[in-house]
Design a protein around this ligand. Structure first.
Ligand code: HEM
Length: 401
């Protein structure tokens, strides 16, 4: 960033979802990394937290669950995996890891490719397509529903819960004040019923495996199962769809990237990392200090909350050369933090997310010769998800040579 240029956004604006409607404030993050890498941030409600913006601090905190808890409540046990700490987290994660190993996920490639090619074909017959609603939101939804054994007629129901649960700050999804609570209760009841059905009629799906999963004679309880299913839905849908939307914007804006990928398909795995890095679909996650401590010279008191800004750490100039540039051939010295900065909570769906992104974009590029953005993308109002709600595109079909 030009040091003389002051960011237009103030640090306390990071607490408002309105700030992100126009974009991620990368200039502010660059200034914070330089001048105040662990900065106090105050919300309108008077609550404050620390914004952590440098790569090395995000990684260090992520890998130290003893000092930095994932449970927002100091004294209550939390039943949701992502808010648990070891050792409870370790046991639960072992139980639910079934179905997410890189090998199991690799075996899903053909099925995902079939789904992806159908979606792209369907989009190509339209003059103009809303890439988010017609393609990017559909693939992760279909994949997670196939994995869990949710029938096709329920997919729209599930998508609607997912939107209302994650994007409750956005008026488009938050129709009524109680909308979020209602979606949570309905989704929970649905998944408990699905689990009960699979307990008596097991099939070849994740929910059947989850009801049978056992460690030292212990199974997941009904509450654990229902909450885990909701977490999968949110973790699997909202993040992957937004990475896809941002990736297509980046590809439309960088026609050279398309040529490089066509010439050298070996670039794909690195290109997917670059797409994940450049967009950081989840902008931040929080931790709570369990004791008085210190980060980058800043004193932190027990129970202070820290926001780990992945959107900033992924653009840390000490780790990524010319970090704002989108470069499908980037060779980075360190791993991206989009799926977590390491440690016990590293994204359980990481292999699946990478596979979905690669396969969908491969199918898209193989069938199109040009992608044009026909009107500005509409962003989600959220300080958590770097979201695109609508992305109008004109896609030109590749003609056979
Ligand atoms: C681009 C797509 C995705 C992004 C950016 C993403 C990002 C993340 C992040 C940042 C975390 C937390 C890491 C931490 O606290 O240290 C996480 C955890 C998790 N993700 Fe993902 N994720 C993605 C896709 C998926 C998919 C496809 C699934 C499942 C189908 C999934 C399921 C989960 C679960 C269950 C956790 C909790 C793990 C735990 O607490 O042990 N995610 N993800």
């Amino acid at each position: 960033m030009d040091p003389a240029r002051e960011p237009e956004v103030d640090i306390d604006d990071l607490t408002s979802p309105d700030t992100f409607v126009t974009g991620v404030p990368y200039d502010l993050f660059a200034q914070l990394r330089r001048d105040a890498p662990v900065a106090r941030t105050c919300g309108l409600d008077g609550q404050s937290f620390w914004s952590v913006t440098r790569y090395e601090d995000v990684v260090r905190i992520s890998r130290d669950p003893k000092t930095f808890s994932s449970n927002p409540q100091p004294s209550a046990e939390n039943p949701v995996l992502i808010n648990m700490d070891p050792p409870a987290h370790t046991r639960y994660r072992q139980l639910v890891s079934t179905g997410f190993s890189p090998r199991t996920v690799a075996a899903m490639e053909d099925g995902i490719r079939r789904r992806a090619s159908q979606l792209v074909e369907r989009a190509l017959v339209q003059e103009q397509v809303d890439f988010v609603t017609d393609v990017a939101a559909r693939l992760p939804l279909q994949v997670i529903c196939d994995l869990m054994g949710i029938p096709a007629e329920d997919h729209d129901l599930v998508l609607n819960w997912s939107n209302r649960l994650v994007a409750s700050d956005d008026a488009e999804y938050h129709v009524l004040p109680e909308s979020r609570e209602r979606a949570q209760a309905d989704a929970f009841a649905y998944f408990v019923a699905l689990a009960n059905d699979r307990r008596s009629h097991p099939r070849d799906d994740l929910v059947s495996n989850l009801v049978q999963a056992e460690i030292d004679g212990e199974h997941l309880s009904e509450v654990e199962l229902g909450l885990f299913a909701i977490l999968l839905l949110l973790g699997g849908n909202e993040t992957t769809r937004n990475t896809l939307a941002h990736s297509v914007i980046a590809l439309a804006e960088h026609p050279d990237a398309r040529l490089r990928l066509a010439r050298d398909p070996a670039l794909w795995p690195g290109a997917v990392e670059e797409m994940l890095r450049h967009s950081s679909a989840l902008m931040q996650f929080t931790r709570r200090a369990t004791t008085d401590t210190e980060i980058a010279g800043q004193q932190i008191a027990a129970d202070d909350v820290l926001a780990l800004w992945y959107s900033s750490a992924n653009r840390d100039e000490h780790v990524f050369t010319l970090p704002d540039r989108f470069d499908v051939g980037r060779v980075a010295a360190k791993p991206i933090v989009t799926l977590g900065g390491g440690g016990p909570h590293i994204c359980l769906g990481a292999s699946l997310a990478r596979l979905e992104i690669r396969v969908l974009l491969q199918e898209l590029l193989a069938r199109t010769s040009d992608i044009q953005i026909t009107s500005p993308p509409i962003r989600l109002r959220s300080s958590f998800i770097n979201g695109i709600k609508h992305l109008p595109l004109r896609m030109v079909r590749q003609t056979a040579n």
